[in-house]
Design a protein around this ligand. Structure first.
Ligand code: F6R
Length: 240
């Protein structure tokens, strides 16, 4: 794993954007795996700026997002589809028909999950997967547990994740308690992975990412088994 510490959130966002921009130049028709949450917002802003300046294009990009709340409609203002439109897709020249988010209203989430993984494979697999880290070490919504799922699946959210995500909702009762999420296998199949982490709340998980052990109790640590991961954090996340 390549590890980079940046001075602050803005530098981390620029470093992340640089890596994606390089891929877009090398492989304009690449498949991106994308994340929501506060962490990548600055990087998405930087990518939109570079796109406006004519330095990069998303015209031929296909994207697959990690997860979606369940049950939640795509036009709900807290849905991850809404988030992606608002924070990236509406600001770049991507063809929205080529952007995918797991279906938060799927009647049969297990079938939807299988189809989602098959669609990623059919698209040629993910070239670069963007990830944030939960304060408890979750990646996508693979929460700390003894057993983790391989494929895209329906899952319950932990108390701590519901609490962490309640900052985006009016009240904690409004936070969905379930989500559909790519599994560990869906993520590990990506050819390269870019992990971002910012702020003191991520210090615990950064420490776990940097030791020489893996545990399903901190799902992010399993990324140490992947041959092509870049982890970028800011000084607050590094020093705590
Ligand atoms: C988002 C996702 C989550 C977040 C994580 C960190 O699509 O899958 O795993 O990456 O919860 O969230 P933030 O960035 O808000 O701290």
């Amino acid at each position: 794993m390549k590890f980079i510490v940046c001075e602050n959130y803005e530098d981390m966002s620029r470093e992340g954007a640089k890596i994606i921009a390089e891929l877009l130049k090398k492989k304009p028709e690449c498949v991106l795996g994308l994340a929501t949450g506060s962490t990548p917002v600055g990087m998405y802003k930087e990518l939109a700026r570079m796109n406006k300046a004519g330095k990069i294009t998303f015209k031929n990009v296909t994207s697959y997002n990690l997860d979606e709340y369940y049950p939640l409609a795509p036009d709900h203002d807290q849905s991850y589809r809404y988030f992606m439109n608002h924070n990236l897709f509406d600001h770049v020249d991507i063809d929205k028909a080529k952007t995918h988010v797991p279906d938060g209203l799927a009647k049969d989430p297990a079938a939807m999950g299988k189809a989602y993984d098959a669609a990623i494979d059919a698209a040629g697999g993910i070239d670069l997967q963007v990830l944030g880290l939960g304060p408890n070490g979750h990646i996508a919504f693979n929460e700390p547990e003894e057993n983790l799922y391989v494929g895209t699946h329906l899952t319950g959210l932990t108390e701590s994740t519901i609490r962490a995500n309640s900052r985006f909702f009016e009240k904690i009762e409004d936070v969905p308690t379930q989500a559909v999420t790519m599994g560990m296998g869906s993520i590990m199949k990506a050819r390269s992975i870019l992990v971002l982490a910012s702020g003191k709340a991520k210090h615990y998980v950064i420490e776990k990412m940097l030791d020489d052990r893996i545990t399903t109790q901190v799902p992010g640590t399993l990324l140490k088994l992947h041959p092509n991961v870049v982890l970028i954090c800011d000084r607050e996340a590094y020093e705590g």
